[in-house]
Design a protein around this ligand. Sequence first.
Ligand SMILES: [Fe+2]
Length: 307
Amino acid sequence: MALTGILRPGLIQLRVTDLEKSVEHYVERIGLDEVGRDGDLVYLKGWDEFDHHSVVLRKAETAGMDFFAFKVDSDETLEHYRKRIEDAGVEVIDVAAGDQPGFGPRIAFKIPTGHRIELYAQVERAAYHPPVTNPEIVPREPRGMHASRFDHGLLYGPNVNETKDFFENVLDFSTAEQVDGEDNSTQIAIWLTCSNKAHDIAFVDYPEENKFHHIAFMLENWNEIGQAADIMSRHNISIDVGPTRHGITRGQTIYFFDPSGNRNEVFAGGYQYYPDNPTRNWTPDQLGKGIFYYERKLNDAFLSVVT
Ligand SMILES: [Fe+2]
């Protein structure tokens, strides 16, 4: 879809088991800015993001994801999607303004994979954001991997086809790419976009509900991916796979883990999607090449390690 209605992933809340080690990882290594704290919650943003924050770390007993939220373009759009979701027979839960600092009211609902997805329209501009008058290229000196923004996420759960139907027909997303199941009529993995990006959220079929595969942060190019790899080795960060490239989305990538075992990705490139693009289909025998274009096979962790 064009950039109206649902705009982009704007907020994600992750559970971490060690808050201080996690803050060091996301701020010093990945390069996000800490914008606030409230007890067991730490609020973070990328250097190229205007909104108050985009990533929340919540100290918890187990790692994983609490929710994944998309920003919409107006209060009217928020109400439009509330009705569409309710008309689809899905319960909508209201979250009061101020539940997250700087954020207006949000609506939350459960999708067929078991994940909590949210929508919101209003959020304050961050106190520290990219300049808007005679803007410098970067608002501050680069730090760590220099992640510019929260880009997308990949979630694991059952009912991928029902989830594809919900995102396409209720939330007006498009399926940019998909991996067919053995019978060609169902999919085992889908890459969905609400924007000009090759994907904003993706799902892989998995027997257990509500599992988290990775959060991805945008870097500018291959050189920054290489520099990120240097930082990972320098600080003995656990790497899953990469640097490599995805066939699906064409993105350049490294998968690695935060101190709690949540998978992270640094991502650069990827093609621009337009709503008249056809869905790109991958057959199950080419799944390895689709995910890791150079290795042409999956590693064991990709399919099995989730939080
Ligand atoms: Fe990704």
